[in-house]
Design a protein around this ligand. Structure first.
Ligand SMILES: [Zn+2]
Length: 80
């Protein structure tokens, strides 16, 4: 698996030629939505995941975060 991390243009984070849709940043993270599922290790829960959705920390774009952790972090940070 090739991961090209480019923090200035996250839409260039292609995995195996699959270009993601990039969502608006929330809580310092962006969620990348790929056309196909990709395997990766979540840097938050340290589990191997296979998903079309992969979140990335804007401060640390090499850290991949699974959709479950992304939702959890947002629910913890966006309580009003
Ligand atoms: Zn996780």
């Amino acid at each position: 698996m090739n991961i090209n991390i480019n923090s200035t243009d996250l839409s260039q984070n292609t995995l195996d030629g699959d270009h993601p849709t990039v969502t608006k940043p929330r809580c310092g993270m962006v969620l990348l939505k790929y056309e196909r599922s990709h395997s990766f290790r979540c840097s938050n829960c340290n589990r191997d995941k296979v998903s079309k959705k992969i979140a990335i920390s804007q401060k640390n774009p090499t850290q991949l975060i699974c959709n479950a952790c992304y939702g959890y972090i947002i629910s913890r940070n966006e309580i009003k």
